[in-house]
Structure formats: structure tokens, C-alpha cells
Design a protein around this ligand. Structure first.
Ligand code: ARG
Length: 573
């Protein structure tokens, strides 16, 4: 189904070209569609086309143009049109629009909005990408949820997706950690305290090293042993890794997130040699203060460091190897890096170096950047010790949701499970509710406000639809009479739902899950407006059947939208 705006834009274009075949500089279909507006007062029509843009090109007054356009417009089943003050105002044939939209949504059900546009194409997504021996804190929430949502969106559009958790599991800090563990730690305490204990040991190392700088060498020596494949060093290191992943798995389970690959930085270490060699052969390496770099001054960027003075690789070198590996292994059409905007320069450098190496697919690597999360107005920093651990946050969200449920609907069956869905939904919704590049301030009262723009609000609307459908289930309903859906409230709801497939496409194109969040919120609000004005199950059976169908369609679309942003949709709340 082509959405109504596109259809009207196309018909307007047709009318324009038949009226003014010679005119140059008339807007194309795409621009026309962008010019169409929804009048604030439905009495003025469902869409309006402002003719001012044409006035210059046609050297005619907008009022005149609108009149000519409306007179020449073929009054067919799509819409009738009326000139008002330089606007062509379109009035949809509301019953046809309702029938078409409803038939489409009901026929496709949960697949409504999906497509096969991505068939045969592969998208790699690098997201979450946590660091070993660090607790999963709220700073990693955005990368995890944006990546997860984009992945579901691309899957829905028929792409093959590869989810990669590019673990931060390489660097001298792991040598220091092993030294600290061997010196001040014990197996039992690490087993008991997990990642927290590792962090404690790491902090201890830095405190001691301040008094005794020789410890730095000890740390480096242990890292060298990891690099050289020393069995003891490797054993301890992989045990640290295992524990971090065990901790993270709990969070991933709660969030419903999974990956196809956990190939992190250490996986690429033995692949960096070939990259360095290739850079050398392609004459891209220059020496600078003893280190090897790729000069990027032509691109107004600082040089990309490849090999440190001591000959070891850095983060960027491993990312170069990783990009090549992903292209060789998955033949991606796009490789998305869902990483905080602070790493903007890093990715620009890496992508530019790939380009200089002659890889045309460098242009298919995209840094999907996002802003920072603060918590109740406070910036978070691990150093200051006020970082919020994600599993604590999610547990608290669950508890708070349960309190609200106990207050509002104490008899709700399966309360604990619903509280989990609602609490976690509230957190995810907040994270995906703004343009990703904007900073987010997480506040409990907003996240859990059942009446505001929130996850629980949208979930509640879905549950409300389900409850109406349950009530109606015992009755046999006749064929719906679509003329029952021609009122303003039904029409604005239908309009939003008919745009849903476009929204998903656009969200994929702009790597912007928040567009889906916006769409489900608008749909929920439109449904609630409808619900307050119209009694769904009262009145003529054929009319009630149509309203019921609208309710079913709303439930389906909200459920799909929530799924695409990673939120569950309970049927009772
Ligand atoms: N581990 C890094 C961090 O937490 C993010 C890694 C992103 N992915 C990449 N390929 N560099 O900051």
C-alpha cells in the first residue's frame, strides 16, 4: 500500500504537469510530498498543499494557482480538493481510506510494516561492546539498546544482520589487574565479588603504583606474558573474561539482547600484523617520534597512530583489522558502529585510513553516534564513583513498577512478570525516546509516569486494546461497516498507522530508533483520544465491528513498534 501522502503528492504532480507542461523548476514528487501539510483544523481538509512554492516558477499568484490546480484535479476516489487562500486542501474519501488501511493492517497482522527491501543484503552491527573487568554501567545502555533496536528493524526489513559485541579485552590494564590479583587478591574473593572485586584490585594497583612507580613495569611484564601466550597469564585472563561475561549475561537476559559474535579486540591482535604490513606496502606509514602513524593532515585530522614506540598495536590498529575481517567474513553492505560520540574522531580516522588503503567499502562503515546519559540530573563517571550499574538500575525499575502495580491493580495475574516488562520497558523507552545524538537525563518520575510519554503509557494503551478485544471475544460480529471510521479521531489514528511502514524505513535509513518510539507514542495517544470519545462496543453491530477492528489493528501496530525498540507488550496491566 502506498501511503496517502505519497499518493496525493503523485496525483498533484500529474495534475501540475498536465496544467503546465512547459514550466521549469516545478517541485519533484519527493519535494512535493515534503510540502504537504496536515491542517491544524480537520475542517480544512486532511492534507493541504501550499501553492506559494509554485508562484515564483509560474509567475502567478498562489491563490490563482490553487484555483487552477483544484479545477484540473481529477476528483476520483482518493480525495476531493478545494482551494483556500493559496492552499489546495485535500479531503480524503474517508471511508475508502479506512477500508484500505484496515484491510492492509489486518491482512498483514504482525508483519505489517515489514518488507523485503533488504533481501540479499547484510548489515553488521557493532554494539554494546563492553570492556572486560568493568561492570556494565548505564553508559553502555544506549549502545546496547540502539544497536539491538536497529538490528530488529533491519531484520524486519529483510536484511541479514550480524550482531557483534566487540569486547574491550586487550591492553596493559589487564597485566596490571593480574599483578594486583596475584599480589593482593585471592581466587575465593574474586569468585565471590566478581567484577566488583576486579575493579577493587585495579584501583588498588593505581594507589600502590603512585607510591611505587616500579609497579607499572610489573603490570607491563604481566601483559607481555599475555601477549606471549604464557599459560598462567592466559588462564587468569580468560577467567576474568568469563566472569565479566557471566555478569553481563544477566543484563543481556533482562534486556532480551543477544549477539552472533563476541569477537573482541584480542581476537584481532594476530591479524594486525598483516594490516601493518599492508599499510607499509601501500606507503601509508610514516614515522613520528618513534611511533608509526598514517598521516591525515590532508583531511584535517591528527595522524592515526598504528604502532606505538614499543611496537605494540593500539585500539585503531585492531579496529582496522576488525573492519577487514568483517568485510572478508560477512561481506557486509553496511557496518554500523553504535558507539558514543566521544569516539567520533577515532572512527573518522579509521574509516579514512581504510579508504586510503583503497577499500571502496570504507564508505559503508558508519559511526552511529549517541549522546550521554545523566541520571537524575547528575553526570555519571566511573572515576567519581557515581556510575550506576545497569543490573541495579533494572532491578530497581522492576521493584518500582511492582509498587505501582500493587497500588493500581493489586489483583493483576502474573504481577512479577508484568513488573519486569514494565520496569525494563520504562528504562528502554527513556533511552530510545530522543534523537540519539541528544543527551538524556534519566528520571524515575518521568520514566514510570503511566500518563505521560513513557514506556508504561504505551504498554498500558496496548493492554487497554487487549482488554477490549477480550471483552468482545464471546460475540459473533458481522462484517465491519467502514463508514463507522470516518470521524476525525478514527481518521487521525488511521493516518498515523498507515504511515508506520514509512517510519520504519526512515528509522533504518537514519539509524534512528527514536522515530519508532515517537510513532508508537503518537499512535497510543491517538487511540486514547478515540477511546474517550467513542464507545467501541456499543451501537450497531457492524459499526462496533469496525471499531473493534480498529482496536485490533492498534494493538498489533503498537506491539510491533514496541518489539522493534526492544520492549515487551503485556496483554494485561
Ligand atoms: N569497548 C569500547 C568502549 O567501551 C567500544 C568499542 C566499540 N567498537 C569498536 N569497534 N571500536 O568504549
Amino acid at each position: 500500500m502506498m501511503d496517502m501522502m505519497t499518493r496525493i503528492a503523485n496525483l498533484t504532480l500529474e495534475t501540475m504537469t498536465s496544467l503546465w507542461p512547459e514550466a521549469e523548476g516545478l517541485p519533484e514528487a519527493e519535494e512535493l510530498r515534503g510540502l504537504l501539510a496536515v491542517p491544524p483544523d480537520p475542517a480544512l481538509g486532511d492534507y493541504a498543499f501550499p501553492c506559494f512554492r509554485l508562484a515564483k516558477v509560474l509567475r502567478t499568484a498562489p491563490v490563482k494557482i490553487a484555483e487552477q490546480l483544484c479545477a484540473a484535479w481529477k476528483h476520483e476516489e482518493t480525495a476531493r480538493v478545494q482551494p483556500v487562500n493559496g492552499y489546495a486542501n485535500f479531503f480524503l474519501n474517508r471511508e475508502n481510506f479506512a477500508r484500505e488501511t484496515m484491510t492492509e493492517i489486518l491482512a498483514r497482522g504482525e508483519a505489517f510494516g515489514s518488507s523485503r527491501q533488504g533481501e540479499g543484503k547484510t548489515i553488521c552491527l557493532d554494539y554494546s561492546s563492553i570492556n572486560i573487568a568493568k561492570r556494565f554501567h548505564i553508559g553502555h545502555l544506549s549502545t546496547t539498546m540502539i544497536g539491538h533496536s536497529l538490528r530488529r528493524i533491519y531484520d524486519f526489513l529483510g536484511y541479514r544482520t550480524v550482531g557483534i559485541n566487540h569486547l574491550g579485552d586487550w591492553g596493559t590494564q589487564f597485566g596490571k589487574m593480574i599483578y594486583a590479583y596475584k599480589t593482593w587478591g585471592s581466587r575465593e574473593e574474586v569468585e565471590k565479588g566478581g567484577v566488583d572485586e576486579l575493579t577493587r584490585l585495579y584501583v588498588r594497583f593505581h594507589e600502590e603504583a603512585e607510591k611505587n612507580p616500579a609497579l607499572e613495569d610489573e603490570g607491563r611484564a604481566w601483559f607481555k606474558r599475555i601477549e606471549d601466550g604464557d599459560p598462567e597469564a592466559l588462564e587468569i585472563f580468560s577467567w576474568f573474561k568469563e566472569m565479566t561475561l557471566k555478569d553481563a549475561a544477566r543484563v543481556y537476559d533482562l534486556l532480551g539482547v543477544s549477539f552472533d559474535s563476541y569477537a573482541g579486540e584480542s581476537f584481532y591482535v594476530d591479524k594486525t600484523g598483516a594490516v601493518v604490513e599492508e599499510l607499509r606496502q601501500k606507503n601509508l606509514l610514516t614515522q613520528s617520534e618513534g611511533a608509526w602513524v598514517v598521516d591525515l593532515s590532508e583531511d584535517n585530522m591528527p595522524p592515526c597512530l598504528i604502532l606505538k614506540k614499543d611496537g605494540t598495536t593500539i585500539y585503531a590498529t585492531r579496529d582496522l583489522a576488525a573492519a577487514k575481517y568483517r568485510q572478508d567474513t560477512y561481506h557486509f553492505d553496511k557496518c554500523l558502529y553504535v558507539v558514543a560520540y566521544q569516539q567520533d574522531l577515532h572512527f573518522r580516522q579509521v574509516f579514512r585510513v581504510l579508504e586510503k588503503m583503497g577499500y571502496s567499502w570504507a564508505k559503508d562503515c558508519v559511526h552511529v553516534a549517541f549522546g550521554m546519559v545523566s541520571f537524575e540530573g547528575e553526570a555519571l563517571s566511573t572515576r567519581k564513583g557515581n556510575s550506576v550499574h545497569l543490573d541495579d538500575l533494572l532491578d530497581l525499575a522492576r521493584k518500582k513498577a511492582l509498587e505501582i502495580i500493587n497500588e493500581k491493580t493489586p489483583d493483576l495475574p502474573d504481577k512479577e512478570n508484568v513488573a519486569r516488562q514494565v520496569g525494563i520497558g520504562a528504562v528502554i523507552y527513556t533511552d530510545l525516546s530522543n534523537n540519539r545524538i541528544k543527551d538524556i537525563d534519566f528520571r524515575w518520575d518521568r520514566a514510570l509516569n503511566f500518563d505521560g510519554e513513557s514506556g508504561p503509557y504505551v504498554q498500558y494503551t496496548h493492554a487497554r486494546c487487549c482488554s477490549v478485544l477480550r471483552k468482545a471475544a464471546e460475540t459473533d460480529w458481522p462484517e465491519p461497516d467502514w463508514s463507522a471510521l470516518t470521524d476525525d479521531e478514527a481518521q487521525s489514528l488511521l493516518r498515523l498507522m498507515s504511515r508506520f511502514p514509512d517510519v520504519i524505513r526512515e528509522a533504518a535509513e537514519k539509524y534512528e530508533p527514536s522515530m519508532v518510539t515517537r510513532a508508537v507514542t503518537d499512535i497510543a495517544q491517538a487511540f486514547n483520544k478515540y477511546y474517550y470519545v467513542h464507545r467501541i462496543l456499543d451501537g450497531e453491530p457492524a459499526q462496533a465491528a469496525a471499531r473493534l477492528a480498529l482496536t485490533r489493528a492498534t494493538a498489533t501496530v503498537i506491539k510491533t513498534g514496541l518489539f522493534l525498540i526492544g520492549i515487551e507488550a503485556p496483554e494485561r496491566m
